[in-house]
Design a protein around this ligand. Sequence first.
Ligand SMILES: *[C@@H]1O[C@H](CO)[C@@H](O)[C@H](O)[C@H]1NC(C)=O
Ligand SMILES: *[C@@H]1O[C@H](CO)[C@@H](O)[C@H](O)[C@H]1NC(C)=O
Ligand SMILES: *[C@@H]1O[C@H](CO)[C@@H](O)[C@H](O)[C@H]1NC(C)=O
Ligand SMILES: *[C@@H]1O[C@H](CO)[C@@H](O)[C@H](O)[C@H]1NC(C)=O
Ligand SMILES: *[C@@H]1O[C@H](CO)[C@@H](O)[C@H](O)[C@H]1NC(C)=O
Ligand SMILES: *[C@@H]1O[C@H](CO)[C@@H](O)[C@H](O)[C@H]1NC(C)=O
Length: 393
Amino acid sequence: TITIDAITTHQTISGFGFSEAFQRAHALTNLPPPLQTQLLDLLFNTTTGAGFSILRIGLGSSPNSTLDHMNSPQPTADGPFAFDHNDSGQLWVARQAHERYNITTFYADAWSAPGYMKTNGRDDMGGWLCGVRGAGQDPSDTNNNCQGASWVQSYAEYLARYVLAYIDAGIPISYVGFLNEPNLVKPYATMLADGYQAADIIAALYVALGGIGLPHVGIACCEAQGWSYAREMLAELEDAGAVDGLSLMTTHAYKGEPAAPDGPLGVTSMPVWITENSPIMQRLGMTETWYGNGSENEGLAWAVNIHEAIVRGNVSAYVYWIGTSGGSATTGDGALPAYTIGATYWASAQFSRFIRPGAKRIGVGQDWMEGSVLVSAYENKDGSVVVQAVNNG
Ligand SMILES: *[C@@H]1O[C@H](CO)[C@@H](O)[C@H](O)[C@H]1NC(C)=O
Ligand SMILES: *[C@@H]1O[C@H](CO)[C@@H](O)[C@H](O)[C@H]1NC(C)=O
Ligand SMILES: *[C@@H]1O[C@H](CO)[C@@H](O)[C@H](O)[C@H]1NC(C)=O
Ligand SMILES: *[C@@H]1O[C@H](CO)[C@@H](O)[C@H](O)[C@H]1NC(C)=O
Ligand SMILES: *[C@@H]1O[C@H](CO)[C@@H](O)[C@H](O)[C@H]1NC(C)=O
Ligand SMILES: *[C@@H]1O[C@H](CO)[C@@H](O)[C@H](O)[C@H]1NC(C)=O
């Protein structure tokens, strides 16, 4: 018997979602319309699909759109800011989400500043934003690209203009972020930062958003790869007095789900979102298997991940990495290409379709950690009550 305790309320759920960054939006934009509709319905439709309600958009910083790069609207220091109304296919996806399915939660996140703003002179392979504490302020230091200049304000204005370009294109961006996994150096857009350096950017971004008429767009930080680094950065943000300027604490899972090893981020009253996770750590690829051996790409493992993140990690949103990927537009004989649906999709969909944005998690009169059925309960804004039970036996 599962007992629901609707008097006890926990966090409010913002929703569930995914991204089409890194050119992956083209997997949708290049398809023939009937197939586009099928896939969009699988993603966004609340009666026949997962009803995802959050789209994470990758704001570009790279010189061009090749491989996993997302092109910048201002790839050179002296060129104009020119939004291309494509954004590696992501504007099309955002428009479908908003215009067809009424999605209203859009999170725009930049992985890095453009190269000319950084110590290493390139947007990939790490490096720091010129002018954040400890990065490039010494004009006599010729070992970096900054030459003593600060690009903090310029980066903040760049981000604010990027958000404004989306808003002008009809997409109501709710949150903007300025980092992605700032503890990693990779051959795609990456920029290093600790919590103090992030605090320098938050202060400037807060002013820039207000200055361009977007004080309602919330700032999100810091997309750390792993819960433990997120906690470390949060402590530094608090020490630097930057938390008041923030609306969301964001983290990726990968190296540590929020549930372990650190427990809930009880030190903040800010909502915490997992803005990226997918089964890529074991390099297994996608599977349609719900349960075989318990590997991270299976559906059951994913359902347990989401359950634990919400119930133990107190997260308000769970955003999968890429929604659709791969594929060529047509097969050789002109027939529509086939697609397969990963088992992780069904796990995400089971939560997303029923727990709607604005739902409150409520109590269950049973310790979810005991036994083999993991239970959580929610009350939607329309008063409907949802009970999620994962049979982990
Ligand atoms: C695209 O940009 C990358 C740097 O991100 C550069 O190495 C490459 O040569 C550029 N490719 C083209 C076709 O311009
Ligand atoms: C976006 O640009 C790419 C590269 O030029 C192009 O292949 C694609 O069709 C464009 N997408 C849309 C939706 O216009
Ligand atoms: C989207 O919102 C409009 C206005 O509230 C409403 O008329 C329409 O039915 C909604 N569409 C969907 C798919 O929910
Ligand atoms: C969702 O799917 C149903 C059933 O196919 C369809 O009638 C409805 O139009 C779809 N919603 C949207 C917004 O496309
Ligand atoms: C859970 O998160 C909410 C914000 O979404 C916060 O107000 C609350 O204090 C958190 N609860 C715990 C136990 O950390
Ligand atoms: C476990 O099963 C998954 C599919 O369910 C598969 O991708 C993976 O390779 C398997 N791992 C081992 C060690 O057999």
